[in-house]
Design a protein around this ligand. Structure first.
Ligand code: DGY
Length: 334
């Protein structure tokens, strides 16, 4: 298990423990460390913090520990009480926080990179294999007691071994996906803001133009951050550039995909299948996905192992501890 102890116990200049608002129910070991070191307001019922509640209940707190479910656009950041000095997010993704607004207000923001890389890369491969090999249809056939005889031509999926895998976003998670893909003898192609050094690339083929990457994607794995630039990146025009029968997997953020276009391509047979762990407006996902047999769907569980959730919580606390000890937090974003 990751370290449960801070490098240095946090304290305020007046000697009191910092006051922290925690917006979601976190694993017990994480909450035990929070209550040991902080004057904490927890949310044991795990009920929803909308923007009004977030602003209201953060009064009297020095910091807030949030998840990606709590949105902090500029309008929320600007109305946070002045005593709130730091927002630590229990996530690597930070698209729910307006960093520019945080910088303007002098609000520190930290996230939890590294510790969820392997769990997310594992789920990416689960989706990739499940989508390619029709796991949802097979599972349903058994549960609904519709399994007849074994069929030489039944349930034919897409072969994975040796195919071309295109990775959009070759950060830590993209590279961990590539590492797993090498075990399947896949030919790895990638696009990234900048080309990786050879020791990180490990033979993967760089495409400076993401559109060119699409043309070689027997499998496309979306692993880039959500941003203004990547919003609805995978739209109808770009899907048209994918080889016929390609498989798309997304474990990054839902809004990188234009849902109507992906659903149309899965219906028409342009794409063989998709595996999705993240959705625009989740949990209120586009209803068109629910009826598609060639779409394997998971409810944003990329980082959902106990070890990983412990590590995320401890990392968020390490960042808070450093901040309140007057040091630089390791994962400071703003
Ligand atoms: C992350 O850490 O960004 C995960 O998607 C959970 O929000």
């Amino acid at each position: 298990m990751a370290s449960t102890s801070p490098q240095q116990r946090p304290s305020q200049p007046h000697g009191q423990r910092p006051r922290i608002l925690v917006t979601r129910k976190l694993p017990d070991a994480v909450e035990a460390r929070i209550t040991r070191d902080y004057d904490a307001t927890l949310n044991p019922a795990d009920n929803v913090f909308d923007a009004d509640r977030l602003v209201r209940e953060s009064a009297g707190h020095d910091g807030i520990l949030v998840c990606s479910t709590e949105k902090l656009p500029a309008a929320v950041i600007e109305t946070l009480p002045p005593e709130v000095k730091i927002v630590a997010t229990f996530s690597v993704g930070h698209d729910h926080i307006d960093l520019a607004a945080a910088k303007t207000r002098g609000l520190a923001v930290t996230n939890t990179p590294d510790v969820l890389t392997d769990a997310t890369a594992d789920i990416t491969f689960l989706l990739l294999l499940a989508a390619a090999r029709r796991a949802y249809e097979g599972e349903r056939t058994i549960r609904e007691d519709r399994w007849g005889r074994w069929e030489p031509t039944g349930m034919l999926g897409v072969h994975v071994t040796g195919k071309r895998l295109a990775i959009l976003g070759m950060g830590r998670i993209g590279r961990a996906v590539a590492q797993r893909a090498r075990g399947f003898e896949m030919e790895i192609h990638y696009n990234n803001r900048s080309r990786l050094a050879p020791e990180l690339e490990q033979g993967a083929i760089y495409h400076e133009d993401p559109e060119e990457l699409l043309s070689v994607a027997d499998f496309l794995s979306i692993n880039c951050p959500s941003s203004k630039e990547t919003y609805h990146f995978l739209n109808a025009d770009r899907i048209a550039r994918l080889p016929d029968g390609a498989v798309v997997v997304n474990t990054a953020r839902g809004n990188i995909v234009h849902d109507e276009s992906l659903i149309a391509a899965l219906k028409s047979g342009k794409l063989a299948a998709a595996g999705l762990d993240v959705f625009e407006n989740e949990p209120n996902i586009h209803p068109g996905y629910r009826d598609l047999p060639n779409c394997f769907l998971l409810p944003h569980i990329g980082s959902a192992t106990l070890e990983t959730r412990h590590a995320m919580g401890f990392r968020a606390l390490d960042n808070l501890d450093a901040f309140f000890a007057g040091k630089e937090s390791r994962d400071r974003l703003a």
